[in-house]
Design a protein around this ligand. Structure first.
Ligand SMILES: NC(=O)c1ccc[n+]([C@@H]2O[C@H](COP(=O)([O-])OP(=O)(O)OC[C@H]3O[C@@H](n4cnc5c(N)ncnc54)[C@H](O)[C@@H]3O)[C@@H](O)[C@H]2O)c1
Length: 438
């Protein structure tokens, strides 16, 4: 089947490459010329483990193409996945301008039946509104061509996106059309999805499943952060508490790692959006609102933890190890590191930073932040008064603390991801503070 993917970002590229890999003919379209030019030279705009090889492999066998031509992308395919960004507006509601731009382009170039699949995360009711929007444009241009809209939210996680796409916990499809159902079954009719639960449901329910899932995960993180904070005050050890909690199958062991608050392009945005969706309907979502407050407080608490140990921030050198919001990605959107760096700089601190993948993203998005970017962990730690582990990159676990001890100014480690055993770090001569344990 010929498939078009609109938006060649994280979700679009993974969707396009993985669908090509299961045999579809895929065109990825993005309005960003530089992105497409680079993709055509097999240079990726994002870092995602395994993606480069997957793209190269499928381009080589002509299953995957990239274009900026909306006309070509729309005319050639039956199924069109919309994977454009849906960022937050100031009031927490969702900016749907990219969704409507894509819809307008589809309405302009539609030449035969199309199945429009919205993979972007959109508020409940959006698919139906997009349907009316396209119908209105077609009415004005005197076009009468059939199309269907389907909601097919994406649940992949950056860093493990290919595996998540290929082996999802479930595939959710919201549709009100038999024809659309048949095409969706055709698209996902690959052996790798044989054991995957499919949920065919109403469009509105499908849209809601995505928000309900993300807000729940954000709640789980905030919950364990709160428990960690209480552990700190009462002498309990959050690592053991979380492990024991996770053995209870009703709770599960995922998302029970305390940290400096959740970030990324999805949890903060989708949690805020769900609050707005509820409020616009006249409902006050108390739990979800307190999750957002708790997350902000967790960031403030992380900074306070640093200040409590260091005292005066002015002219002290802080080493930030990790800028990405999580490991295995270059994505810094809503990363806790940004808040921590801004606060330390505001108080006169000097920031040295190292991240294996995210330094360019940080330089490009926050050129105003006076960060001294370093080539590796070692140079970032030279002369440091306080080393802060902000992202749990696996390679940080291999750091030789006996070497680090000899090059720092002050042997202090703030481990915001509980990456290390406190006794191990302390035995290496450091003052150590983790989260929720001593
Ligand atoms: N990133 C994730 O981990 C993730 C996971 C699940 C769901 N989502 C959701 O998927 C959607 C996309 O997220 P993302 O992280 O891939 O975004 P992104 O910012 O990485 O990529 C979006 C891309 O869409 C392009 N674009 C915007 N308008 C366009 C148009 N009219 N025509 C063609 N291209 C256009 C942009 O140039 C950009 O390259 C969002 O709704 C997000 O909430 C993201």
């Amino acid at each position: 089947m010929n498939i078009t993917v609109i938006g060649a970002g994280y979700v679009g590229l993974i969707t396009g490459a993985c669908l090509a890999d299961i045999g579809m003919n895929v065109i990825c379209m993005d309005k960003n010329k530089a992105t497409i030019n680079n993709l055509n030279k097999l240079e990726l705009p994002i870092y995602e483990p395994g993606l480069e090889d997957l793209i190269k492999k499928n381009c080589l066998v002509n299953k995957l193409h990239f274009t900026t031509s909306t006309k070509k992308a729309i005319e050639n395919s039956t199924a069109i996945f919309i994977c454009v960004g849906t960022p937050s507006l100031k009031d927490g509601s969702v900016n749907l301008k990219y969704i409507y731009q894509a819809a307008k382009e589809i309405a302009n170039y539609i030449n035969s039946y199309k199945l429009i699949i919205i993979k972007s995360t959109v508020p409940v009711g959006t698919c139906q509104r997009v349907k009316s929007f396209i119908n209105d444009i077609m009415k004005n241009t005197k076009k009468s061509i059939e199309f269907d809209i389907v909601s097919n939210p994406e649940f992949l996680r950056e860093g493990t996106a290919i595996n998540d796409f290929n082996f999802p916990d479930r595939i959710v499809i919201g549709t009100d059309s038999q024809r659309a159902t048949m095409i969706m079954k055709d698209i996902y009719n690959a052996p790798i999805f044989q054991d995957t639960p499919f949920i065919f449901t109403k469009i509105e329910t499908s849209e809601m499943i995505k928000y309900a899932s993300n807000a729940f995960l954000a709640t789980k993180i905030s919950y364990i952060n709160e428990i960690a904070n209480i552990c700190e005050l009462c002498g309990a050890d959050i690592s053991v508490v979380a492990y024991a909690m996770g053995l209870d199958k009703r709770i599960g062991d995922k998302f029970l790692n305390p940290g400096p608050g959740f970030g990324g392009s999805c949890f903060p945005k989708d949690t805020k959006a769900l609050i707005k969706i509820g409020e616009d309907l006249g409902y006050k979502p108390n739990i979800i609102k307190s999750v957002m407050n708790s997350n902000l407080l967790q960031r403030k608490r992380a900074v306070q933890k640093i200040i409590n140990v260091i005292g005066e921030v002015k002219e002290k050198t802080f080493t930030l190890l990790g800028l990405a919001f999580k490991p295995n990605t270059a994505d810094i959107r809503e990363s806790a590191s940004i808040y921590i760096i801004e606060e330390l700089l505001k108080n006169g601190g000097i920031i040295k930073a190292f991240d294996p993948k995210a330094m360019d993203s940080m330089k490009n998005s926050y050129p105003e932040l006076a960060i001294k970017y370093c080539d590796d962990e070692l140079s970032a730690c030279e002369g440091s008064d306080c080393i802060i582990f902000a992202t749990d990159w696996k390679q940080f676990r291999d750091i030789d603390f006996t070497v680090i001890k000899g090059i720092v100014n002050n042997p202090v480690i703030i481990d915001l991801r509980n990456m290390f055993e406190p006794s191990y770090i302390k035995n290496n001569g450091f003052l150590y503070k983790g989260i929720g344990r001593e």
